[in-house]
Design a protein around this ligand. Structure first.
Ligand SMILES: O=C(O)c1ccccc1N[C@@H]1O[C@H](COP(=O)(O)O)[C@@H](O)[C@H]1O
Length: 232
């Protein structure tokens, strides 16, 4: 049985050595967080420095939370970004507006805790280029993601949307293969699960995460379209 290339994103990079570890493990996407309450927050200068060190072929994703146009303009003026990840309460209309104004592919994150949340994914599937299916933050959390919390993956098992999607929330080297087998995700996103401390990635855990994905066999996944995004 052949193995299947599951694409992965390493999010919340803050150091050049962590970027190098993610690239060498084969990450398809790297995420840079612009959200001051996150321990992974970067100022624009630091983000530009890190992004300029990313080799071609690896997508650089700017994660923002309810950013206004001025903030997006400031980021994009300095940081060479390939995709925007919108991780706040942006409405479908705001997603469409950002996409039109900035001309970049947009990935909309939606928090899932129960069946009712799946309807939100359908609302965004018509406007976003890609969906990020994440866990809803726990009560009292001070950020909408990056909380090391998983949701019940059975909720999205075998689900498909009109656009590619990525699974996120509490993934680790130990559980990612099972998450992929259960959901059929062809793309996954991780932050906390490959860290030694908030904002500090662990090269060994990143490599383990990639190895775990490499062991998922093609026949182990439910059938369906690949659900993978191709950057322009
Ligand atoms: O990583 C953060 O600090 C963060 C802050 C604000 C919004 C989203 C954030 N991270 C995203 O959350 C998910 C899941 O993260 P984890 O693996 O459970 O830690 C992932 O998509 C990150 O991109």
């Amino acid at each position: 049985m052949t193995s299947l290339a599951i694409r992965f994103k390493i999010c919340g990079l803050t150091r050049a050595e962590d970027v190098a570890a993610a690239v060498s493990a084969g990450a398809a996407y790297l995420g840079f967080v612009f959200f001051p309450r996150s321990p992974r927050h970067l100022d624009i200068d630091r983000a530009a420095e890190l992004a300029l060190g990313v080799p071609p072929g690896v997508a650089k994703v700017a994660l923002t939370v309810d950013a206004d146009d001025a903030m997006l303009e400031a980021i994009l003026a300095r940081v060479p970004v390939d995709m925007l990840q919108l991780h706040g309460r942006e409405s479908p209309a705001r997603v469409a507006e950002i996409k039109a104004r900035f001309g970049l592919p947009v990935m909309k994150a939606v928090g899932v805790a129960d069946e009712d949340d799946l309807a939100h994914l359908d609302r965004y599937a018509g406007v976003a280029d890609q969906l990020l299916v994440d866990a809803k933050p726990p009560p009292g959390a001070d950020r909408p993601g990056g909380n090391a919390v998983a949701f019940d993956w059975r909720l999205v098992a075998g689900r498909r949307w009109a656009v590619p999607w990525m699974l996120a929330g509490g993934l680790t080297p130990d559980n990612v293969a099972e998450a992929v087998r259960l959901t059929g995700a062809r793309q996954v996103d991780v932050s906390s699960g490959v860290e030694s401390a908030p904002g500090i990635k662990d090269a060994a855990r990143i490599a383990e995460f990639a190895r775990a994905l490499g062991q998922v066999r093609r026949g182990a996944l439910p059938p369906g379209p690949p659900g993978v995004f191709s950057p322009r």
